[in-house]
Design a protein around this ligand. Sequence first.
Ligand SMILES: [Zn+2]
Length: 346
Amino acid sequence: MRIGGIILLGEELEPVEGYLCIRDNIIESIEEERCKEENLILPSFFNAHTHLGDSIIKDPPSIGLDELVKPPNGLKHRALKSVPRKKLVGAIKDSMESMIAWGCGGFADFREGGVGGVLVLREALEWVNGGGKNLVPIILGRPLADEVEDVLRVCDGLGISGYNDTPGVEGWSETCRKMGKILSIHAGEKDRSDIDGALSLEPDVMVHMVHATDSHLRTCADEGINVVVCPRSNMATGVGLPPIKRMIEMGIDVCIGTDNVMLSSPSLLDELSFCWYNLHIDERELLKMATWKGRRAFGLDGGVIEEGGKADVVVVNLDTKNMRNTTDPIRSVVRRCKPEDLRCVL
Ligand SMILES: [Zn+2]
């Protein structure tokens, strides 16, 4: 297969005109030459924070964060307890297929419900990937009571609700480390009372950090802790916006996720434009956050267009009514690209 257009090459997403030659899902060569095709070819997205189980609720009332998501009795947890398994698998599958259609090649999910919860997600994923797709998962489980090792045996790591609402979290994180798995935790979402505790666990990835001080951010930068931001979710729950520019200035590897499906669609196109409109983050930096930085945070390679790399790419049609006359395709894809402007997702 040969696809032409403006190709965003390497980690710096350097625009080059030419053709990608793909064989057996690998980029065999990149031929730089003049080309008439009106495409922008970029690495597929990686959604670095989702709760796909929430796909069973699409329209929660405007209530506070704790009433919505705090375990064990927040709205989502009550809904998850009562939903039939088949309905849950189907709802998660719908969100996964939407993510692929919107340019996503992988995701990192906080999966509630212990071992059973992880297996539900795996069933939905097999259904999607069995249809010829290749959505790459990072599954971060959440134990019910004393099944930490059992959960870690069936997934990639822990996705902890928060330091203050998880009794025994130190023991969990110790087991996680011993088993060589990923430790990830929400922190600094509603306020900063749980950030020091979360940092004391030395996690691989922290999610939110809306209320982080410079001192917290310095610790993340010094210790190589990745931060995932979810700005639309933060606005939906009224907690404010994360200091993304400051995080980047301080040298943190920031990546981006869409958080609870009940609060915001799992669309990184929407998340990127929201970030630009509300925080004016540089568009190229936003694309790095949404592609290779997300994968790197969870120990995955890919998310970069290079010879010999996986052909995990999104082709944007620059000749639609929405995209035509762009003079800077990187800006345009971040600010205004819609799912209908995507020619294909490989
Ligand atoms: Zn979350």
